[in-house]
Design a protein around this ligand. Structure first.
Ligand SMILES: NC(=O)c1ccc[n+]([C@@H]2O[C@H](COP(=O)([O-])OP(=O)(O)OC[C@H]3O[C@@H](n4cnc5c(N)ncnc54)[C@H](O)[C@@H]3O)[C@@H](O)[C@H]2O)c1
Length: 366
């Protein structure tokens, strides 16, 4: 099987993908793009790429002989870069979230439709090993009908919002926390095989950094409440400034016959699983959950999978994307699913900024 040529734009987060793709048996790194010439030169040298493969201009980069574009730039560039790549006939894998506005999301859906190319959002948390293990449990019906789920994604990244010494703002300063909802929401919707149809939002304000109240990234904590198509409720809490160490992503799901959750310190922790009729009672005859380990690494994955990033998750994510391209099928996080994971956060923020009332969440079916 001949290798597919891939180009990567945005070489900070993208650096990991360059290294993953360069070692990948099904891929060849054909071109790189970044606004910063020093970053570009550094990676070009590290991966033995000729100068002709290094671009600071995105349009010139798109003219390189590539089958796939991997987009890992700040989110405000995702929509335009995605649409241009699709129009240039490339398959696209784009970092999450897909875009900042519903209009841009819709434009991406249209561009995928018109291009006939494969689009996948790189929501790697859906591929955490423990999420994949839970998926088997849920698919066997062991939790019954899931009626409530929640996730907290609390990651203090003030140093990525502002340079405290110079006062320079970085791109995440403008990103309200709940806009970045794909990590908490994606795995829950995947497990529930469900979609969000309505959202409401609230936030506490700028208690921690009152002087930054013009910069929505510094909102203390945003909470989104969501109603799903199947009639369940989801709650998401998100913060980029809350002093919570270690940072964590926490998930729990409650069904009619069981529940599952990871530990509150996030991944690679012990969580709980209880299944009616299966989990043994404690010594006093009372129901008590089993302790389960929640690892991001699949111990049975091939050795090369462990170098993929975020445990084995990125290896499996890339595998699904390449399989979809080669088989002409839709990837698991296709453009519809990408918008299912992106748009609810946009709508929850809209609600939080006005009356906190419930709003419909548009679904883009295709
Ligand atoms: N899935 C994950 O676990 C995960 C983790 C970190 C970041 N991300 C995502 O990766 C993306 C990038 O984040 P980051 O932390 O690397 O940001 P960053 O600001 O650290 O780096 C962005 C890079 O892109 C370059 N760049 C900026 N604008 C560009 C443009 N218009 N064209 C070409 N290059 C441009 C910059 O020079 C820089 O090298 C974001 O979408 C973010 O959400 C995902």
């Amino acid at each position: 099987m001949s290798k597919l040529n891939v180009g990567i734009v945005g070489l900070r987060r993208g650096r990991g993908f360059v290294s993953l793709f360069a070692a990948h048996p099904r891929l060849n790194v054909a071109a790189l793009c970044d606004l910063d010439p020093a970053t570009l030169a550094d990676l070009g040298a590290a991966f033995n790429l000729p100068d002709s493969a290094l671009h600071t201009d995105y349009d010139q980069f798109l003219a390189a002989p590539m089958d796939i574009v991997m987009i890992a730039t700040p989110i405000r560039f995702h929509a335009e870069q995605t649409i241009k790549a699709l129009q240039a006939g490339k398959h696209v894998m784009c970092e999450q979230t897909a875009a900042y506005t519903v209009e841009d999301c819709e434009a991406i859906v249209q561009a995928v439709k018109q291009s006939g190319r494969t689009y996948m959002m790189a929501e790697n948390y859906c591929y955490f090993h423990y999420v994949r293990q839970w998926q088997e449990i849920v698919q066997q019906g062991k939790l019954g009908s899931i009626f409530y789920a929640e996730a907290e994604y609390v990651h203090e990244i003030e140093d990525l919002l502002i340079n405290e010494e110079t006062g320079e703002y970085y791109w995440r300063h403008e990103r309200p926390p709940i806009w970045y909802c794909a990590h908490p929401l994606g795995p829950l919707l995947t497990l529930m095989d469900d979609r969000i149809v309505a959202a409401s939002g609230s936030h506490a304000g700028f208690h921690k950094r009152p002087e930054q109240s013009d910069h929505l990234g510094f909102l203390d904590m945003q909470v989104g409440l969501f109603r799903t198509q199947k009639g369940a409720i989801i709650k998401i809490a998100r913060s980029q400034v809350a002093p919570r160490y270690p940072h964590m992503v926490y998930y729990s799901l409650y069904g009619t016959t069981g529940y599952v959750e990871n530990g509150r310190d996030g991944s690679n922790t012990n969580g709980y699983l209880w299944i009616e009729g299966e989990t043994p009672d404690d010594e006093n005859g009372h129901p008590r959950a089993d302790v389960i380990h929640c690892s991001v690494v699949d111990p049975d994955a091939p050795e090369e999978a462990k170098h993929g990033g975020h445990g084995t998750s990125e290896y499996y994510m890339i595998r699904d994307f390449l399989d979809a391209i080669e088989n002409g099928t839709r990837p698991p996080i296709d453009v519809t699913r990408s918008m299912d994971f992106t748009i609810p956060g946009i709508i929850a923020h809209e609600s939080a900024m006005s009356d906190g009332n419930w709003r419909d969440v548009p679904l883009f079916d295709w």
